[in-house]
Design a protein around this ligand. Structure first.
Ligand SMILES: *Cc1c(COP(=O)(O)O)cnc(C)c1O
Length: 411
């Protein structure tokens, strides 16, 4: 399990990536060559247990046989038609996602950020055409600490200075309110407010779980003031938090739900928004689109992902294994740990400020054969593929515990 970043292959890959790639990321120095189940192998032949799962895009793990078979079959038939024509995967994909989510209508895109952009356009047009908001005055409230992607519009309402700095000017119309505080939301609503965009659990902000009942109150307030509740379930959806969708925890169905990441089975990018016909109906031919959105290759893979979400009991698995994982982490009793939180298999370990940064821990875990990622500076995030089993979690805990224990306060 020892890493060997000095060895030739890894060093060469790091040098080439550094020389020719943009420096918009700071990845751990591991060069992955293949993956199977919850495990990856690097170019030196070292194996690692993946506890990030590509930010929940790999809920089904690596190289899942059903997904690879569907992809291969579709690769040999047709991969892209554009939306100028129909294809035989798109309709069934929409039907199956509608049945999975309980929403009437589906609009497919590619990335998560595009799904959020689509939801924003949908809510604004709904505001003008259905709610009667004055032209170009619509406001969508967002939560402080949000993460919804990296487009200019979306980073414009981020609370993270680095996400915005150097990228303005930004589109107006996205005031922010405190996350987890339903009263603050209600106070901020104006006659021109058309929606509230929120993650049921803020993952990128450090696995921030709002108080119980928050989403239910949010649902109530949105209904009362006739604004659309837009849930970004791109990371929390599709069984990650122990429910099929995180909003189910509070029984707070949104008006628009954004999905992405695991929808493509970790094989291809595909995202979508789902909504009622009434809301989705604001889109007329020519209003919105994407060349690759709804392509038959991504749809064919997503249909298998949808089937597995429906039938494989991953929600129950995430709930049980997540509870086990959290209680074992708690039992370590490491002095460096401020708080352990999360839901299902979306787990955050917050490190006290006078200890090394979360990144330091991730580097130590990597030396032990475990890959994970910090969320902000002080939170270690554990979000393994949902197909992980208890033996693998216990294997990881045997290594995580001593690393947590070994951290010394920094002067
Ligand atoms: C990852 C993520 C996005 C953005 O998805 P991309 O596919 O990276 O554009 C949006 N919202 C949430 C909650 C996410 O976790």
């Amino acid at each position: 399990m020892t890493t060997a970043i000095q060895e030739s292959k890894t060093a060469e890959h790091l040098r080439i990536a550094d020389q020719y790639g943009a420096h918009n990321y700071h990845p751990l120095p591991v060069i992955i060559e293949s993956g199977s189940g919850c495990w990856v192998t690097d170019v030196e032949g070292n194996k690692y247990l993946d506890m990030l799962a590509a930010y929940s895009a790999l809920n089904f793990g690596y190289s899942h046989e059903r997904l690879i078979t569907a992809a291969t079959k579709q690769l040999n038939k047709v991969t892209l038609t554009s939306r100028a024509f129909h294809n035989d995967q798109l309709g069934p994909f929409c039907q199956e996602l509608s049945e999975l989510t309980g929403f009437e209508a589906v609009l497919p895109m590619n990335s998560g950020a595009e799904a959020v952009e689509t939801a924003i356009k949908c809510a604004r047009k709904w505001g003008y055409t259905k709610k009667g908001v004055e032209a170009n005055k619509a406001q969508i409230l967002c939560a402080k600490g949000n993460f919804h992607g990296r487009t200019v519009t979306i980073v414009g309402f981020s609370s993270d200075d680095q996400y915005r700095e150097g990228f303005g000017p930004f589109p107006p119309g996205f005031p922010t309110v405190e996350f987890g505080n339903a009263e603050a939301l209600e106070k901020a609503i104006k006659p021109n407010t058309v929606g509230f965009l929120v993650e049921p659990i803020q993952a990128e902000s450090g696995i921030l779980v709002p108080p119980d009942g928050y989403m239910a109150k949010v649902r109530e307030i949105c209904t009362k003031h006739n604004i659309l509740l837009i849930a970004d379930e791109i990371q929390t959806g599709l069984c990650r938090t122990g429910d099929r969708f995180a909003w189910q925890h509070d029984d707070a169905p949104p008006d628009i739900m954004c999905l992405g990441k695991a929808l493509g089975g970790g094989v291809l990018p595909i995202s979508a928004i789902v909504a009622s016909h009434e809301v989705m109906g604001v889109f007329k031919p020519g209003d919105h689109g994407s060349t690759f959105g709804g392509n038959p290759l991504a749809c064919a893979v997503a249909r298998v992902a949808i089937d597995m979400i429906k039938n494989d009991g991953l929600d129950k698995r995430a709930k049980e294994l997540g509870a086990h994982f959290r209680s074992k982490l708690q039992a370590v009793g490491a002095p460096a740990v401020k708080e352990i939180r999360g839901r299902g298999l979306l787990i955050g370990v917050e490190i006290k400020p006078n200890y090394p940064k979360a990144r330091w821990f991730c580097e130590k875990f990597m030396e032990q054969g475990i890959l994970c990622k910090d969320a902000h500076e002080d939170v270690i995030r554990f979000a393994p593929p949902l197909v992980i089993d208890q033996k693998e979690i216990d294997w990881a805990l045997d290594r995580i515990g001593p690393v947590l224990q070994s951290a010394e306060p920094v002067p």
